[in-house]
Design a protein around this ligand. Structure first.
Ligand code: ZN
Length: 422
């Protein structure tokens, strides 16, 4: 764990490298990893062979597009024999576990060198916001798998708590009295509502880390106002650790010195400003290489540098999960960030859920706040129709409550069918 501090100076310097130097670093590590994975793992070897390539075909960073994409199910099916580098096992690695339904959990082995480097990158990002090793963290976890991974934090004063009813969650956080609170935005909004409703006081963290789902600006304002603090957006995944984080200038920087992030649509890298599926390559994990791994999130890359002086590339905020987007008959993707704010602007909507049950039909359920008038419905319908276009039919139903999925986490957009758009 302490080795993360050994790698911290390098991680600190790397964020100010030029884009060209960062690309050179990525290219060098990519070539090493490709060769390693080809020689040692049957999964990558068979995928390379199927694509008619060998490691000698990967000489520049641009050649990465020759490598086939890999899905979670393939890795799960090949674990451990076909995916783990010989010499590594759960006995001599750090083990991470992805969240998900029980049949879909993936175990990930990190060799300790990689684990330390990845944690150094995460530390660098916290340091930029004034967090220091002696500060207490409180991370609210939505699943036992997440709870398990929190215990591996390089910050020794990290307390993980499992999500519970907002009132008792608020009480727990008050007692822990952390400098950093980390949670899903939905959880934080529930927490803030509980704080407003009850007389719980004394919760005033130095910063709030938000992640795990899309954070709408209006939610962030509400959380910041209620907790009298600032919110920092972070984006990571168990498979590769930190992927992107928000600097004090408000840009989401990619951790380009530890992960290659691509944005893919229809098999090609998208142009800057376009929405694509996030595909990651972990540059350091030798024990279990992740090369062109499909994460299932969607985001928009940008072709500009931040005024903070960091050379790390930036993205527009995360736009949600691939299964959270609405797919139009034209195959255009409409992310939740374009749909959900339409509901927030209508005061008669307390809660809402959207189910796309066919390529041309969307069913919307509204839990009203007071009376849901005809005027409110027609306003909402017009706004949604403007975004989705005339090729999608919309049904709006008023209900008393919404069906919840696992735990208290609620998916606002759900698609009941799969489409191959990427
Ligand atoms: Zn910046």
């Amino acid at each position: 764990m302490w080795k993360a501090f050994y790698y911290l100076p390098a991680a600190y310097r790397n964020q100010f490298l030029t884009p060209k130097a960062l690309k050179a670093l990525q290219e060098k590590r990519l070539k090493y990893l490709v060769d390693l994975a080809y020689r040692n793992t049957s999964l990558y070897r068979s995928k390379f062979k199927a694509a008619g390539i060998t490691p000698s075909d990967i000489t520049t960073l641009d050649d990465i597009t020759k490598i086939p994409l890999v899905r979670k199910q393939e890795i799960k099916a090949s674990f451990p024999e076909g995916m783990v580098t010989p010499g590594f096992s759960e006995a001599n690695c750090k083990v991470g576990t992805t969240s998900g339904t029980s049949g879909n959990i993936l175990r990930i082995l990190f060799d300790y060198e990689a684990w330390s480097r990845l944690n150094a990158v995460a530390l660098r990002n916290y340091f930029a916001h004034g967090v220091r090793p002696w500060h207490r963290f409180c991370i609210v976890c939505s699943s036992p798998a997440e709870y398990e991974s929190v215990s591996a934090s390089p910050f020794s004063r990290t307390v993980g708590i499992l999500e519970k009813e907002p009132e008792s969650l608020a009480e727990d956080i008050r007692i822990i009295n952390p400098f950093v609170v980390g949670a899903h935005p939905t959880t934080l909004v529930g927490l803030c509502k509980a704080i407003e409703k009850t007389d719980i006081s004394g919760i005033q963290p130095g910063i709030v880390l938000i992640g795990g789902e899309v954070a709408y600006p209006s939610w962030r304002e509400y959380i910041e106002k209620t907790l009298k603090t600032t919110t920092i957006n972070k984006y990571g995944a168990t498979e590769v650790n930190s992927i992107a984080w928000e600097c004090s200038h408000g840009s989401m920087h990619l951790d380009a010195d530890s992960v290659i992030v691509e944005f893919i649509k229809e098999g090609e890298q998208v142009a800057p400003g376009e929405l694509g599926e996030v595909v990651v390559t972990n540059l350091w994990n030798v024990a279990m290489p992740f090369i062109r791994y499909r994460l299932g999130d969607v985001a928009v890359p940008l072709d500009e540098l931040c005024s903070c002086g960091r050379g790390l590339p930036i993205i527009k905020e995360l736009e949600g999960r691939l299964d959270d987007v609405i797919v139009l008959p034209s195959k255009e993707l409409v992310p939740s960030t374009r749909i959900c704010p339409l509901f927030h602007r209508i005061p008669q909507v307390a809660e809402f859920g959207i189910v796309q049950d066919s390529i041309s039909h969307v069913a919307i359920r509204i839990v009203p706040h007071g009376e849901f008038t005809e005027h409110a419905e027609s306003t909402l319908r017009t706004r949604i129709q403007n975004v989705l276009g005339s090729s999608v039919d919309i049904d709006i139903t008023v209900v008393d409550q919404l069906e919840r999925t696992t735990s208290s986490k609620f998916k606002r957009i759900r698609r009941t069918f799969d489409v191959q758009v990427l």
